[in-house]
Design a binder for this molecule. Structure first.
Ligand SMILES: NC(=O)C1=CN([C@@H]2O[C@H](COP(=O)(O)OP(=O)(O)OC[C@H]3O[C@@H](n4cnc5c(N)ncnc54)[C@H](OP(=O)(O)O)[C@@H]3O)[C@@H](O)[C@H]2O)[C@@H](O)CC1
Ligand SMILES: [K+]
Length: 513
């Protein structure tokens, strides 16, 4: 598990280490500088000409120490001090004094520098101390850096990216490598920040574990070690041991969603998968996925199909409803029936969410009233249900503009989780899974996964894990994580352009080993 922190939390860890434990700030700075140099040495040569660009805060202090260590090791290195002398921290002052006693070129004005003379840039302008949009003077420097052709190593944060939410504060350095200290920052995982980091390396610079653990963060990601949380397979088992999933999906001319969800549930390990879909999908589903049990209904005669639907719902350990069911009157009737008969956990996806949003729109009191809509939603769905909207679906549910949600992703997650008994997997380039005070930010996956059907696959994976007994919040987080890992594996076998939803299903076997 990777704890994700914001700048304030990281500063608290810094000051706990320095003030409570007594580690001198300069020791941490030296460790930080050494870690950056160690990373650089994997790629640079003595032929490279390096420019270290420093601000006046401690990020700049790191930069000055990096320049000194590189010089001691025999590299060709110059310094550009872009900060203000008056706002230099004590540590940065000390580093500057050392640098001035060495035989180094120190530039002070951008117009004097020919960036083309350098093959490598080190960005030590601003780190986690970024407070607002970059000043014009720094903006000009960042523009020059981004036009430079060589590699850029960012110290702790690419200058201009907010460590708190990954937003670009006016303009930001597009780094090739970012070496960050202690913990991942939230802004390095969320977009666009994640893109600006390039390859992200998290370095231990000697913060004691007690300092690292001194703050609680509600934000975290999973890494490969978390795969241990996957349900264990019992040797003494039969198909009943691994649960029964009911996938209620598809409508006339829409069979793909049911197929993808059901197949993903199987590949995730569900023992039994039943598909409940319209009669018109019978032959195609039977051909596509003979392993599944098929139950069909006639949407025009739902009243006569009630008992059949009730039986399927009540037999299942886990029910998925929504993919491709459409937003017709009949689909709404089906949704009502299922919600009436079902026992949690339930996964509500796609059109199931759209149907409820449309229904809310018929009540004037629920128009433009996100809070009441979310409360109503939490009160009417079975507790611990998992809701898997992409941002457009969530915008419909909340009666908000999609851009507003996207620009305030962390606030959006808070609004969904507040006082809610539900679990939301908010699907975006970085999916956030929320429940009560926990925010899981997913760090696996790639742009190739932004293609039709990948949401249906995720739904099936969640259902597969639920059916095997993972509790709902864990199942949602783990499913989002392995869905992304499978997407990454599939992209590595093909490429991000060619990836399609079924490739993710086929890659599940590889990543769940
Ligand atoms: N012991 C420690 O603490 C350790 C800290 N470490 C390192 O220190 C970093 C944190 O240092 P920090 O707190 O000094 O902040 P930092 O990132 O240098 O930024 C402040 C500077 O940026 C400037 N600035 C801000 N906003 C701006 C804007 N919009 N536009 C333009 N300028 C702006 C601001 O200018 P001012 O407002 O003062 O004029 C000030 O000069 C951390 O990321 C890590 O690298 C490591 O060495 C480990 C030990
Ligand atoms: K930086």
């Amino acid at each position: 598990m990777k704890k994700l922190v914001n700048s304030n939390q990281m500063k608290k860890i810094d000051s706990y280490s320095i003030e409570t434990i007594g580690i001198p700030s300069l020791v941490l700075m030296e460790n930080a500088a050494n870690q950056v140099v160690t990373t650089m040495q994997k790629n640079i040569t003595k032929e490279d000409i390096i420019l270290v660009i420093c601000g006046s805060g401690n990020n700049g202090g790191d930069g000055l120490a990096i320049a000194r260590i590189l010089l001691n090791l025999g590299y060709q290195v110059d310094v550009f001090f872009a900060g203000k002398e008056a706002s230099m921290t004590e540590e940065t002052h000390k580093q500057m004094t050392i640098i001035e006693n060495l035989d180094m070129v120190i530039w002070n004005a951008i117009d004097e520098i020919n960036f083309a003379n350098y093959t490598i840039l080190v960005d030590a302008l601003v780190g986690i101390g970024l407070s607002e949009k970059l000043t014009d003077a720094y903006k000009q420097i960042v523009e020059k850096m981004n036009h430079h052709e060589g590699s850029i190593y960012a110290v702790d944060m690419p200058t201009g990216i907010s460590a708190d939410d990954g937003k670009i504060m006016g303009i930001a350095v597009k780094a090739d490598y970012t070496i960050t200290f202690g913990h991942h920052k939230i802004g390095q995982v969320l977009f666009p920040g994640s893109d600006y980091c390039g390859k992200l390396i998290v370095s231990d610079i000697g913060f004691p574990p007690v300092a690292m653990d001194s703050i609680h963060s509600k934000y975290y990601s999973y890494d490969k070690k978390d795969l241990e949380k996957l349900p264990k397979r019992k040797a003494y088992s039969n198909k009943g041991t691994f649960g029964r999933v009911l996938v209620i999906a598809g409508s006339e001319n829409m069979s793909g969603a049911a197929y993808l969800s059901a197949k993903a549930a199987f590949r995730t390990g569900a023992g039994f998968v039943e598909i409940l879909t319209t009669e018109s999908n019978r032959s195609i589903i039977q051909t596509q996925i003979p392993e599944a049990v098929l139950t069909t209904y006639n949407p025009e005669q739902l009243n006569e199909e009630k008992e059949k639907i009730k039986k399927s719902v009540q037999q299942a350990d886990t029910v998925v409803i929504g993919p491709g069911i459409g937003v017709s009157k009949e689909s709404h009737q089906l949704l009502d029936l299922v919600t009436l008969y079902v026992e949690p956990p339930v996964v509500y996806d796609a059109d199931a969410i759209n149907l409820i949003s449309e229904y809310y729109n018929t009540f004037p009191l629920l128009r433009n009233n996100t809070c009441s809509r979310l409360n109503e939603f939490s009160n009417t769905l079975p507790p611990y249900s998992i809701i898997t909207p992409h941002l457009k679906e969530l915008a419909r549910l909340m009666d908000k503009d999609v851009r507003e949600l996207q620009d305030n992703l962390l606030d959006t997650a808070d609004r969904c989780a507040n006082d809610s008994k539900l679990i939301y997997a908010i699907k975006d380039a970085r999916t956030i899974v929320t429940h009560k005070d926990d925010r899981y930010i997913n760090h696996s996956g790639n742009s190739g996964m932004a293609t039709a059907g990948t949401g249906d696959v995720l739904t099936g994976i969640i259902a597969g894990l639920l059916a095997q007994g993972l509790e709902p919040f864990e199942a949602a987080k783990m499913a989002v994580y392995i869905h992304g890992l499978a997407g990454d594996y599939a992209a590595s076998q093909k490429n991000e352009y060619s990836l399609i939803a079924t490739d993710i299903i086929e890659a599940l076997g590889e990543v769940m080993k």
